[in-house]
Every structure is written in structure tokens, then in C-alpha cells.
Design a protein around this ligand. Structure first.
Ligand code: NIG
Ligand code: FE
Length: 407
């Protein structure tokens, strides 16, 4: 076998179950995929693969590239003033009801050009990469008209084409809020009739926000029925502020994931288990909104529901760009264990996006996406996430030093 690249002397996280690392790991890469994993102390004989680039990892920790499975990173404007209002006592719901919240970001995003949105999003992605991300999901949802939702999805496509060190996974979130001049039902009609047929070229996954400040379960049901008939897969912002039974609804459509879940009833966890739906927890939003209600962690564990962790990067509820920081928050705020949060940003995040056959672990046949860490301890990365110990990433077999991830 002739390899394109051989990584040698890596301390690799090959086993996500027991979270043991394997020193002296050699990884052979061909056409961007992992084709060899073995252990060798002496790697001089690998030099005979003369065409292969041999890279000595010098004992550094090599983990699967981190996957951020829930972000809203294409937007313009700032919501710092809302942060101040909340510090003075206003709630997220009150700010939304008085015309702020998602609607204010929609107004700023609609004023921004394609180029401005690209530049803002690219900068955010580069920061995320410096914290180990190699795959990032990006939702639309700050446009709310046919043209502007397409504009956001086009920016997502352009980011994927222009940043070789990251994979962008776009999701259509037309049902995020209702634009001025429409009732919720009229806007759902518009999504079904005018948006879904036009966004199919960009993504086959749709999302929605089911909440008393957004869409009702029956409106989401109507949307999902049409979308699934058109061949879309679904995921849902569910049980973030109240128990709407939105997760139960989503599992009837075999949702890839349901996200947030602070108000999910422990009695409803069985539906997630039955449909193989991933529970995506978003500790940044929990923390930033000063939420106190915890997702039903014990029940999710007991019923073996895969738990993923994501940044939810957005200007209103989670202005954070670091998955390691979210891992720390998930441990401290939700009581997750360190192995759980590592699985949460790797294999389970891949499952939440339906891409776990190709990424999410260091396994033969998968894409060679890795994060390289100067630390020798998986615990320490979660313990002190602002140390910025990610020294680089590998994307489809190409090494990008930390410095090349700088804007
Ligand atoms: O995931 N919940 C809905 N969407 C975002 C918030 C978006 C915003 O406030 O701009 C979330 O928390
Ligand atoms: Fe979100």
C-alpha cells in the first residue's frame, strides 16, 4: 500500500468507549481516508514508503477532529445590548416579545451583503478551528424570506468551498421565527410552498424552533410531514424553555436529533431511545440564559440515548466559539463525565448529523480528520479549556498548523 501521508508517534484516542489513548500510533492516509492504524515504537522502516510524507507527531495527543453539530454562525449585528438588558432583569422571552431577540438579528443579517456575511462567518470558523473543530454544522434561519434564506445557504456553500480545513454541514432553519406581516400559519405555508423546493439543492436536513415564543407542535408537524415527503430529514429545537412535547413529535419523524432539552420530561426519553434520535445538549445557552432546569441526564444515560454537545453559536443565547469550553460547561452544569463529553463532540455529534459512517472516530475507512493537542491529558483539555492547547488540525489527511487557522 502506498500512502499519501503517514502520521507516526501519535498518542491517539482510538477508543472512545474507555477513553484510553494509544501511544506510538502510526496512521496511514490515502485519498484523505484512514487506511492503516498500528502501533510502532520504531518507525524508521516506514521511511521505505518513499512517496509518503512522514510526519512525526512527537507524542502529541491526536483525537478525532471535533464536530460542532449545532451552530447559527452566519449572522450580522450584535446583541450585546440585550445581554445588558438581561443583566438588568429582562428575560429572553420578554426581549423577544418586544421585537428584539431573533428578529433583531434577522434585520441586521438582511441588511448585510453576501460578502459581509462570508467574512464574519469565516472569522468565527477560524476561531472554532483553533479549538479543534474540523466539521461544523451551520443553520440558516436569520433570513426568513426565500431570497435571504438562500443567501445564507449560499454563504454556507461558499465557506465550504473556500476553507479547505473545515467541512460545513448546512441545515435549513426557515422555521426559526415568523417575519413581520405573516401569521405563523401563513409563514409555514410559505416555507412549504416556496422555500423547501428551492433549498433542496443546498441541504437535505431541516430544523425548526418549537416553543411558545416560536412555532406550535401542530405547525411543526405540518412542516415536517411535507418535508419528509419531499425527502428531507429533520431535527428540532425542542424543550428549550418549556415542555411542548416537541421531542416526542420529532421522533415520530425519526429526527436525527432533538436539541436543548432542558424541559424534556424523563418519561419521554423512551421515544428518543426507540427512534435512535440523538439528544444534543447546549450548555452555552443554558449558562448564558441562567437556566436552572436540567435536562434529564440520568434517564438519557439509563436508556442509552446518544448525547452530543455543541456550541449553539448564536448572538442571542450562546455567543461562544469553543467546543472545549462547552465540554467543560457540560461537565460542570449538567454533570456529564469526561468520557461522555468527548463522545459528545466526536462520534455522537457525527450521529446527530447523520455522518457517523464517515467521521467522528479514528477508524479504518473514515476520513482522516483529527485535532492535535499539546496536552498529554484528555482530562486537562476539558478542565482548562481556555489554555488553547489545540496545536493544529488534520482535515482529510492535510495538516493545518494552528498558525494557519488564524484569520
Ligand atoms: O438555539 N432557540 C432558538 N434559536 C437559538 C437562539 C437564536 C437567537 O436568540 O438568536 C438557540 O438558542
Ligand atoms: Fe440553536
Amino acid at each position: 500500500m502506498i500512502y499519501d501521508t503517514l502520521l507516526v508517534n501519535a498518542n491517539a484516542l482510538l477508543n472512545l468507549d474507555d477513553l484510553q489513548t494509544t501511544p506510538n500510533t502510526v496512521i496511514g492516509i490515502k485519498d484523505g481516508k484512514i487506511v492503516l492504524i498500528e502501533q510502532a515504537r520504531d518507525f524508521t522502516h516506514y521511511k521505505k514508503y518513499s512517496s509518503a510524507e512522514l510526519i512525526d507527531m512527537q507524542g502529541q495527543l491526536l483525537t478525532p477532529g471535533l464536530i460542532d453539530c449545532h451552530t447559527h454562525l452566519i449572522f450580522a449585528g450584535s446583541r450585546a445590548h440585550e445581554f445588558k438588558l438581561r443583566l438588568d432583569g429582562a428575560s429572553y422571552t420578554q426581549i423577544a416579545a418586544s421585537g428584539g431577540g431573533i428578529k433583531s438579528t434577522v434585520a441586521a443579517t438582511n441588511l448585510a451583503s453576501h460578502e459581509q456575511l462570508f467574512k464574519l462567518a469565516k472569522n468565527r470558523i477560524q476561531i472554532m478551528q483553533r479549538h479543534g473543530a474540523t466539521t461544523i454544522e451551520v443553520k440558516s434561519g436569520y433570513g426568513l424570506s426565500v431570497e435571504s434564506e438562500i443567501k445564507i445557504l449560499e454563504v454556507a456553500k461558499q465557506l465550504e468551498r473556500n476553507i479547505p480545513s473545515v467541512s460545513i454541514v448546512p441545515t435549513f432553519l426557515g422555521a426559526h421565527a415568523t417575519p413581520p406581516g405573516y401569521t405563523n400559519d401563513e409563514y409555514i405555508d410559505m416555507i412549504i410552498e416556496q422555500m423547501l423546493p428551492n433549498i433542496k439543492q443546498f441541504t437535505d436536513v431541516i430544523d425548526g424552533f418549537c416553543e411558545n415564543i416560536a412555532f406550535t407542535p401542530s405547525q411543526i408537524e405540518r412542516l415536517f410531514e411535507c418535508a419528509v415527503n419531499m425527502g428531507f430529514r429533520v431535527k428540532l429545537h425542542a424543550e428549550q424553555l418549556s415542555d411542548q412535547k416537541a421531542s416526542v413529535l420529532a421522533t415520530r419523524f425519526h429526527a436525527l436529533s432533538v436539541d436543548h432539552l432542558e424541559y424534556l420530561s424523563p418519561l419521554d426519553v423512551k421515544y428518543l431511545a426507540q427512534s435512535g434520535t440523538v439528544a444534543v445538549l447546549l450548555p452555552g445557552a443554558f449558562y448564558f440564559l441562567k437556566e436552572t432546569k436540567l435536562p434529564p441526564i440520568q434517564e438519557l444515560r439509563a436508556q442509552h440515548v446518544p448525547i452530543a454537545i455543541a456550541t449553539d453559536m448564536n448572538p442571542g443565547t450562546s455567543p461562544f466559539l469553543s467546543l472545549p469550553l462547552m465540554m467543560n460547561m457540560a461537565c460542570v452544569c449538567f454533570g456529564l463525565t469526561i468520557p461522555e463529553v468527548w463522545r459528545g463532540v466526536t462520534i455522537n455529534a457525527a450521529k446527530a448529523l447523520g455522518i457517523d459512517k464517515s467521521v467522528g472516530s479514528i477508524s479504518l475507512g473514515k476520513i482522516a480528520d483529527f485535532a492535535i493537542w499539546q496536552s498529554d491529558s484528555l482530562d486537562a483539555i476539558v478542565y482548562s479549556p481556555t489554555d488553547n492547547v489545540c496545536s493544529g488540525i488534520v482535515k482529510a489527511g492535510h495538516v493545518f498548523e494552528r498558525s494557519s487557522c488564524h484569520p
